[in-house]
Design a binder for this molecule. Sequence first.
Ligand code: MN
Length: 748
Amino acid sequence: MESQNKHTDEENEMIEREYQALLDVYLHSNHRRKVEIIEKAFRFAKRAHQGVRRRSGEPYILHPIAVARIVAQEIGLGSTSICASLLHDVVEDTDYTVEDIENLFSPKIAQIVDGLTKISGGVFGEKAKASAQAENFRKLLLTMSEDIRVVLIKMADRLHNMRTLGSMPAGKQLKIAGETQYIYAPLANRLGLYAIKTELEDLSFKYEHPDSYKQIEDKLEKSKQERNELFSMFSKPILESLDKLGIKYEVHDRIKSIYSIWRKMQAKNIPFEEVFDLLALRIIFDTENDSEEKKICWSIYSAITDIYKPHPERTRDWISTPKANGYEALHLTVMGPLGQWIEVQIRSRRMDDIAEKGFAAHWKYKTGEKDDSELEKWLQTIKELLENPEPNAIDFLDTFKLNLFASEIFVFTPKGDIHTLPQGATVLDFAFSLHTDLGLQCIGAKVNHKLEPLSHQLNSGDQVEIITSKKQKPNADWINLVKTARARAKIRSIFKKEYKAFIKKGEHELEHFLDGINQTATPENLEKIMEHFSVTKKEELFYRIGKGSLNLDELIKTVFKEKSQNKWMKYWKLQFGKSNDNQQEASATEKQEPGKVDQKKPLKLTEDVTYRIADCCSPIPGDDILGFMDNDGKYVVHKRQCPVAMKLKSNFGERICSAVWETHKVLSFPATIEIKGIDEIGILGKIIQVISDEYAVNVSKVSIETFDGIFEGRITVYVHDVDDVTNLCMNIMKINGINSVMRVENDK
Ligand code: MN
């Protein structure tokens, strides 16, 4: 290492201080005292990373120390994991090998470090292509099912990298923040690591929408005093009542996370001031006897509802039926003293440990006995998935994510056993979740004693009796009836041959068809065709063509009706009156190879950059945006929170860059607003008047519906930026009879 990289005395002191802090955390935990091996791992890692610095300029060793501390303090793991965390980058970044670690430490530590090395560089390796990234993700899951500690340490690693993301260039920040939101946060949630999930979401949000983050942060700070007063007013009678019950307890105020506040503001289109459930009260009680827990929870519930009126539909009993990730608690929402709804969460100390530290704590309380928790079952599903992987690694990732995100329903067997399934699961899914043979021979089910077909969607609380027949033969189309990864994988593996034959046939037919109209199956054409038929995967497209369920002739009238210009080009022309398309292309900056995006500086959307506004989210100046380089080397501009962009960020991180608007007041963009009000004579005229008076812009599309005296309209107008939309909405709001006006997604 170069000499100027040598650590100063001050830095060495800081390293020792941080290490001591880690040891203190460990010594305050319930784990056995194995300080010696931790000390050895620290000294070894320190020497191995000697002189190396992070991008921020800090000595590198501070990173493994910080990861180890998260692992000990926030996940609650012991010495083996702490050692593996301290050593996690040694094999990757230095000359030491896994064998060295095994010889010096233990086979277990070496195995975990090996797992972490294999999946290093993020789930999605630096320069990895989409498929390679998905492949890496598969590796992550594989190692996870071998030793869950690998993935827990990986979570800690990601969390520390997110906490220190500030020193990365902007493009990298977006890529890492995108992956974090797409994969790591949902995975943390699935593992029951709530605190980490929340922090990961908040940090991603901070980098994707810095202005909104700052605004909410400021408003939270300003309203703090008021909230504290409300909290003490609200909790006072509850505390008095709990004291009378003679329970040992503590209470905390919980503030909704910045990201969830923002999500709520977006979903309901309301300002910060109207988010009423900012505050929640958490009660954690201690009990000697685990079997008393449930009784105590409900007696606290009873004490609270004697004081405040509960919301009839917002009691959540996660005690009788814990969540799939192990979460247990009793939640209720009551009407507070100032007429606002406030959530109260009731947990025992044990439940709180599980909620905060997830899986690791779960094990702590289950020592000795075989753990049959939902999480175990979930890990089992992953193992099975990995044994029967989807032919395409990206499909696999999508299938897996489906299971990660889906919220859960609870279904009962006739004997009263509870099973967890993702929302939207069908009778067939349930059959496969019980046993593969039940799935294969299933002909339907009695759902709450009523006969229902295979495709019937189940609801929480349903009692389901699967009906089978020896004569039943599974059918390749069953793939369309199931939602769970397990059932999908089973059906796919049985019909591998059939699927392959249809896929081949379909591919051939499509080529033949394209040939007939002087086209070829370029990636671009395939993308357009898939878009037309709303199919997301190439294999699915071929399969459906092969089965004859798609009408290719449609394409002649739609996708291939002369090289149609895209909307953006048309628009460009409108604005500048340029006469032909060739000139448009000529004004483009030199074509860049896809995959070579300059992530160091943001893409400035000036008049001489060729870009297209994404149809899926239609951003306008003022929206937080990013640029994605498509297969033709042209930029497509998306909103940062667009779901399509989220997926692109994680699959093609290297083709994403941050982007800024420079087109102010020169160009116009379509924006759609939704107006609701009372249907009065002439109201539409008044609205149009406001639009044309103030903006002299064209209304491009109007659709109005009225029913029972209520008026609902969607109007698409051309505006310059977000301010225009806001002003327009405010002015329309002034019209008598109008109830609400808001910007919505553009109509397709
Ligand atoms: Mn690391």
